[in-house]
Each structure stands twice: as structure tokens, then as C-alpha cells.
Design a binder for this molecule. Sequence first.
Ligand SMILES: NC(=O)c1ccc[n+]([C@@H]2O[C@H](COP(=O)([O-])OP(=O)(O)OC[C@H]3O[C@@H](n4cnc5c(N)ncnc54)[C@H](O)[C@@H]3O)[C@@H](O)[C@H]2O)c1
Length: 251
Amino acid sequence: MDLAGKVAIVTGGAMGIGYAICEALAAQGASIVIADLKGGAAAADKLRAKGHKVAHVDADVSSEDDTQRMAIAALDAFGGIDVLVNNAAIYSSLSLKPFEQLTVADWRKMLDVNVIGQFLCCKAVLPTFKKQSSGRIISISSGVAFKGNPGMLHYVASKGAIVSMTRTLATELGEHGIQVNSVAPGFTLSDGVHNNPELASTVSGFSVRGRALKRDMLPADVVGAVTFFAGPHSAFITGQTLVVDGGAYYH
Ligand SMILES: NC(=O)c1ccc[n+]([C@@H]2O[C@H](COP(=O)([O-])OP(=O)(O)OC[C@H]3O[C@@H](n4cnc5c(N)ncnc54)[C@H](O)[C@@H]3O)[C@@H](O)[C@H]2O)c1
């Protein structure tokens, strides 16, 4: 129970990797705030049925108003915020396209959610983190940022931005006792991936072949790195990105 008494916001926590992260942080004793476009109420009910303390807020991370409401909802529900997991992103709904077929509108939507969304969430929790001189930000990047996977240039760029933002935020916020780290998963059979057969069938086979550990990756494989960065065993680690992909890319 390393996180007993702590409060964690998980964006995109209604399903997939985000939901698995909620379960893992709650199992360590944290109170959870799920911030998602949809499905937050049902996910919160599922976790409450397991005895966890959970609140939810319907929020679009690309909206500054919504991210401010998200922080207020956490403070109202549990009186504090200790951990922000920036997990919400556009990924599993992607159609793979050669880069020259991507439009400026595709790019703007991607950057709005995956990059500016994380920026807004960090900004929303900052006053609380500064006041208490502590806080953990854990942002979900992706192994594609290192490997340069084809067919999703705007997504790959957005996940590269998370690695760079993690470094700069860690540098800027260290003096306030705030730690910023990132987790870069490999291809993971999340709920969203299961709902996109094109993505699942195109990427699944070569992902398993390209790993040292030859099996599918599941949301449960991501959570250990996130609980580590949220908890006491990473007290002197900041600005880092941990690749969790069964040994496909050695970072
Ligand atoms: N699944 C993979 O193979 C994989 C690999 C590497 C990294 N990732 C990253 O892991 C994270 C989770 O991926 P997943 O596969 O579980 O996704 P998913 O599609 O299964 O779930 C994403 C969740 O985010 C929510 N969401 C989407 N846009 C949002 C917005 N604007 N505001 C609030 N919530 C929003 C969705 O409603 C959903 O609940 C993402 O950051 C993704 O880029 C996924």
C-alpha cells in the first residue's frame, strides 16, 4: 500500500491502459479520479465495487476549462492531488496512412489532444503541486517515438513530444519538488486496439516478432512502471522515460 492516502488523477482512465493504471494505483491505496471523454462513471462504479475510492469527471483533455474542472473535481472529492497520469490520447481510433495523405486537420487534432492536452493537465494540477512542494507527473509516451513506425507520422511526433516535454518539465519543476517521468509502452492489446481490427491485425504480428519476450503485451504490463514512478521507490528519479515493450527497443 505504497500510495495509501494519495490522490491520483488518470486521464483516459475509463478503459484500456488507463483503466488498468487506475486499478493498479487503487490497489496501492490511492484514491482515483478518472477524467475521460466518456465511460468514466461506469469505470468508477466497477472500481468502487472492488472497494476502491473513486471519483470521475467527464473531461476533454484538449479543453482548458475541462482540465481546470478536472483538478477542482479531485480537490472537491478527496482534498488533494498527488499524482497526475497523462494517459488520454488519440491512438486506437487511428487509420494508418502514408504521411503525404495526412491533412493539416489530422495534425491539429492529434497535437491538440496528445500534446496540448498533456500540457493543459500539467498546468491544471500545478498550483496544488507547488503549494505542497511535491507531486508526480507520469506521462504515457510510446515506443513508436524511438522506433519511427510508419503510417502514423502525426501520432509518432506527438509521442516524441511527450519525451521532450518530460525532460523540460522535470528541469523546470524540480525546484518545487515535483517529479516528471514518462512511460513508453510497446504495442498493447488495449480495449481500443481490440475495437480497431485494422490496427490490431497490421501491428500485432510484427510487434510480437520484434520483441525479445515473444508474446502479446497487455495493459497489465504497463502498470508496474507507472506505480513505480508514482511511489516512494522513485523518489530521486525525474525526467526519465522508461520503455516497457518486452525488449523491442533498448533505450
Ligand atoms: N495500445 C497501444 O498499443 C499503445 C502503445 C503505446 C502507447 N499507448 C498510449 O497509451 C495510452 C492509452 O492507450 P489505449 O490503447 O489504452 O487507448 P484506448 O483507446 O483503449 O483508451 C483511450 C482512453 O482515452 C480516452 N480519451 C481519448 N481522447 C480523450 C480526450 N480528448 N480527453 C479525455 N479522454 C480521452 C478514451 O475515451 C479512452 O477511454 C495512450 O496515450 C496511447 O497513446 C498505447
